[in-house]
Ligand binder design. Structure first.
Ligand SMILES: [Zn+2]
Length: 113
């Protein structure tokens, strides 16, 4: 499962932060996840709950913000959000696109005690 390894990595990174900053408890983790990553937020939350047990992250709330897939048409410079993964420019119909967002998997901020 894709989400399981992502969450394992995420917890590793967060625990490192907890150690470095001598945080007592992490209350909330705000994550930004691009829709292009095909991560399912509910299974991400589930994996986090299971894997964080017994760690300094236990009980932390995982806030998942989904980032839309945005592209720029290199022909006419139009910027648009890609719906249902049809990669054509809505303005000129071109398919020379540069992807601007949608592949993120970032920890945006942490709320700690
Ligand atoms: Zn265009």
């Amino acid at each position: 499962m894709h989400e399981l390894s992502l969450v394992q990595e995420l917890i590793g990174v967060l625990e490192e932060q907890v150690r470095v900053h001598t945080v007592k408890k992490v209350l909330r983790v705000n994550l930004r996840v691009g829709k292009m990553t095909s991560v399912v937020p509910s299974s991400l939350a589930f994996c986090f709950e299971v894997l964080s047990r017994g760690t300094s992250l236990e009980g932390a709330v995982l806030d998942i913000e989904e980032i839309p897939v945005r592209c720029r048409c290199t022909t006419c410079q139009e910027e648009f959000e890609v719906e249902s993964f049809t990669f054509f420019c809505p303005k000129c119909g071109g398919n020379n696109l540069e992807q601007l967002s949608g592949r993120e998997f970032l920890i945006h901020h942490l709320e700690v005690d």
